[in-house]
Write a protein that binds this ligand. Structure first.
Ligand SMILES: *Cc1c(COP(=O)(O)O)cnc(C)c1O
Length: 408
């Protein structure tokens, strides 16, 4: 098929050309005297993305899932209890892993389309007088339903209950796209991966660990080896790795960190919000469809899960989009399979690219028999992005300049 595949799954995301080029490198000796420069540069850059002074970023040759395992096994002992709320496929899978690794999980089951319930979390923590709960697991951005949770609020609930548990956060589909504050929110372990907001191929699992969590590995008895924080931190201190690192990904990361820095992290967050708001205008004002996210406070700025009308199979919309229009949309997972399709709007993205996805989704929905007005989603997104509200949202960012026509 001529032309590019339009990649609008919420990860992997589009890899910018600059990052692609930076990864075309000859292999090097990872024990050379020159190598540490690259490692130390990446680790320092990651600290800014996690917004931490005291935390320690660690990069594993892995994906986000590997870092879920690293978080659990470095800080806990077999049989330890953790608290987690479940409201989508990713929060579910982390819980499933914790159970399979031999931890006891107290699950707060929530309606899919909502996020971490703060009051219920507070109640459970207050009731845990003996402090049996050793960690609270929270999925910052539930990619399956397009829901962002209030991690600052989770921290407030833990503090209000005076509970000493660790706060572990999955920020795989939020870090570098939606504001995340490791130190301010006193997050103990933050888990992410390379292929979403960091605009790289999959292959780097990245965690950031607080001093408290790092110290715990002395007493944490869960079996671990490959994912041991201690081995990594020891080697990383001098810029090396305990085993062979994925060299091209490190060069790619160096470039993507530069791009985020050049745009400015706060501007990156603003751009994501601005693009997401246009996508939501397409869904709600244009197509007159509903998001899976139940209320505006849950809306995700990196992915929108769109509920298809009764009698329509969301999987068919995705299939038509791919086969007929070379557009990759995100599938509905598990409980929402067939009920939603997802548009990922994170990473290296602008209005025109996203209009392509909205236009393609519109054609695929029409072909699948969804009763929407042709062109309505594209028109609503255009109207949003051209409007004053959107301009205000970008007002303090570098992008604002191009919103004001010359001579206006
Ligand atoms: C993508 C994703 C994961 C899984 O990460 P992998 O890199 O595929 O292992 C975990 N959690 C969330 C929220 C995600 O979006």
């Amino acid at each position: 098929m001529a032309g590019r595949n339009a990649l609008f799954v919420p990860g992997p995301t589009n890899v910018p050309d600059r990052v692609l080029r930076s990864m075309m490198v000859a292999m090097e000796d990872h024990r050379s005297p020159k190598f540490p420069e690259l490692t130390l540069h990446c680790l320092a850059g990651l600290k800014k993305i996690f917004k931490t002074e005291t935390g320690t970023p660690i990069m594993f040759p892995a994906s986000g899932t590997g870092c879920w395992e690293a978080a659990l096994t470095n800080c806990l002992s077999p049989g330890d209890k953790v608290l987690a709320s479940r409201f989508g496929q990713f929060s579910h899978l982390w819980i499933d892993m914790a159970t399979r690794l031999g931890f006891e999980v107290e699950i707060i089951d929530c309606e899919w389309g909502t996020g971490v319930p703060l009051e219920r979390t507070l109640e459970v923590l207050e009731a845990d007088k003996g402090h049996r709960i050793k960690a609270v697991l929270a999925t910052h951005n539930e990619t399956a339903t397009g829901v962002t949770s209030d991690i600052a609020g989770v921290r407030r609930a833990m503090d209000a209950a005076k509970h000493p548990a660790l706060l572990m956060v999955d920020a795989v589909s939020s870090l570098g796209s939606i504001d995340f504050r490791m130190d301010e929110w006193a997050v103990d372990v933050c888990v992410t991966g390379s292929q979403k907001g960091l605009m790289l191929p999959a292959g780097l699992g990245i965690v950031c660990v607080s001093p408290k969590a790092l110290a715990l590995r002395e007493q944490a008895r869960a079996p671990r080896c490959y994912f041991d924080f201690g081995d990594m931190v020891k080697a990383n201190t001098s810029g090396y790795f305990p085993y062979t690192p994925p060299l091209p990904l490190l060069y790619g990361l160096r470039e993507s960190l530069s791009m985020l820095e050049e745009e400015g992290l706060e501007n990156v967050f603003r751009r994501h919000h601005y693009l997401a708001a246009g996508a939501r205008a397409a869904v709600q004002k244009g197509w007159k469809l509903d998001l899976c996210a139940r209320a505006p406070k849950w809306y995700s700025d990196t992915v929108s899960a769109i509920l298809v009308p009764e009698g329509i199979n969301g999987a068919q919309v995705i299939e038509i989009a791919f086969r007929r229009y070379n557009l990759s949309l995100g599938a509905g997972l598990s409980k929402v399979a067939g009920k939603v399709f997802r548009i990922g709007h994170l990473g290296d993205l602008n209005e025109i690219m996203l209009l392509g996805a909205i236009g393609g989704a519109e054609m695929a929905m029409l072909d699948a028999g969804v009763q929407i007005a042709p062109g309505s989603g594209v028109a609503a997104a255009q109207q949003y992005w051209r409007g004053e509200e959107a301009a205000r949202k970008l007002a303090t960012s570098a992008d604002a300049a191009r919103l004001v026509p010359a001579g206006a």
